[in-house]
Each structure stands twice: as C-alpha cells, then as structure tokens.
Ligand binder design. Sequence first.
Ligand code: NAP
Length: 247
Amino acid sequence: MKKAALITGASSGIGAATAIEFAKNGYFVYLMGRDKERLQEVALRCRSGATLLSCDITDVAAVQKRLDEMLSSKIHKIEVLVNNAGIYETHTTETGTDEIWKRQFEVNLFAPIRIVRTLFPYFKEHGGGSIVNISSTLGLRPNGPTAAYSASKAAMVNWTHSLAVEGGPANIRANCLCPGIVDTPIHSFHSLETTQKTAALEKMKSLQPLGRIGTPEDVARAAYFFGSELSSWTTGAIVPVDGGINL
Ligand SMILES: NC(=O)c1ccc[n+]([C@@H]2O[C@H](COP(=O)([O-])OP(=O)(O)OC[C@H]3O[C@@H](n4cnc5c(N)ncnc54)[C@H](OP(=O)(O)O)[C@@H]3O)[C@@H](O)[C@H]2O)c1
C-alpha cells in the first residue's frame, strides 16, 4: 500500500504548501477544505497523486463521510494527519461574542478532535500514525485582540500532550507546530498592493530575530519533518516555527 497523508485546510497557505511538500516526498495526499477549485489547483501540483475531500470541517456528517471514503481505500495507508485548517478573528474578550468564541473553537479545536477520534482506531489497526497539529505562537503567548483565537490554539497545544500520552503505546505520535507570522491569505496584509505590503512587512521585520516573516514553505518543511518517519522518536513536542518572534 502506498503511504498517504491527510492535510486539512489544504486549499491555501500553509496547508497547500504542506500537501505539496508531502507529495514531493512520495506521499499520496488527501486534501480537505471547502474551496473545490483551489483544492483542485493544489492537487495538480501534487505529483504523487491527490484526492479532494471537499467539505466544511465543522459539518460533522460531511466530514465523517469523507473520512470513511478515505479510510476504506485498499491502496493507500494513511500514516499522517496534519490538522491545519483554521480561522483567525481579531477580538478581545470584551468584543468577542459567544458566536465568535464558539466558531473559533469549533474550527480550530473541536473539528480536529473529531477527525482524530475517527483516525485513532485506524492508526491502531495499522501499526501507528503521526499527527501534526498547527497551533500558533499566540497559543503560547497571546498578543493583541486575539483572545478566542489564542485560547483555541493554546488548547491545541495542551491537547497535543494528551494525544502523545494516549497514542504512544500504539505508536501514534502527536506533535505541534506554533508558527509565527506567515505570509498567507489569513492576514489582511497578504493582499495589499506592493508598496503598502512592503511597508507593512518592513514594520514587522524589527520584531523578528531572523529578520523576516515566514513563508508557507518554512512551516511545510517542519510539518513534513514531524509528520514523517524523520522524527520517529519524537512525540509531544511543541515547536515554534516563528523566526524567533516569541523571544
Ligand atoms: N499565517 C500565519 O501567520 C499563521 C500563524 C500561526 C498559525 N497559523 C495557522 O496555520 C493554519 C493555516 O493558516 P494559513 O495561514 O495557511 O491561512 P489560510 O491561507 O487562510 O488557510 C486556512 C485554511 O483553512 C481552511 N479552512 C478554514 N475554515 C474551514 C472550514 N470551516 N472547513 C474546512 N476548511 C477550512 C481554508 O480552506 P477553505 O477556505 O477551502 O475552506 C484554508 O485552506 C491555521 O490553523 C492558522 O491558525 C497561521
């Protein structure tokens, strides 16, 4: 059976780059996300083969259907899950409504938990698996009006530790990446016109010991390392991939 990886939020940014990185390294990739057209574009760049699992990650029945389709494959062995799909809304505790808090936790935490709940028995039956959770530096140290987002990402950090303990005896590893500022559509500066964008990036430069913000590929390479056998004796690691911004 050919080794395969499931990447959520694969239609854009870090998830798209991660799918391409796994494909470059010989994995068949399952691409989850809502935007079929963008998923299709990413699939075309995954030369080892890709299947689209198009759904809203918060739609419990639709996700379950897609996962069942994937897990019934007789030709692919699902070895890796990258929980990457996420949303970022800027609100303080005071301005964030219940709806905003619920949405942040639903997409960033509860949906990944449900996917893992489905994959765990499969991983156990198939000799193990590797889970990479994409949290954020804000999950380690909140900053600005990001209370709900930061709390959801902090929960993901802690949950990764539980997963590592629970999965260890079955050779299921769980590690967590905490990206800093990465140039993707999740940020409003991403789509600014060139002059404005250069000015915005220049401002952010001084916050970064390594002198630049990240690219999706910077995170994708780390996701590949922790998802693949390259990190076979590492579990429960919480790894900043952030140009040093948290220092
Ligand atoms: N960029 C950064 O600076 C940064 C920093 C720290 C952490 N992160 C984390 O990195 C992850 C990826 O973000 P990104 O920066 O690459 O942002 P992005 O380009 O906006 O990508 C977000 C991805 O999540 C998917 N997604 C969002 N809501 C979804 C839903 N309800 N159902 C299914 N898919 C959904 C989107 O797919 P569809 O639109 O197709 O549904 C998209 O593929 C997120 O978890 C984010 O919190 C990013």
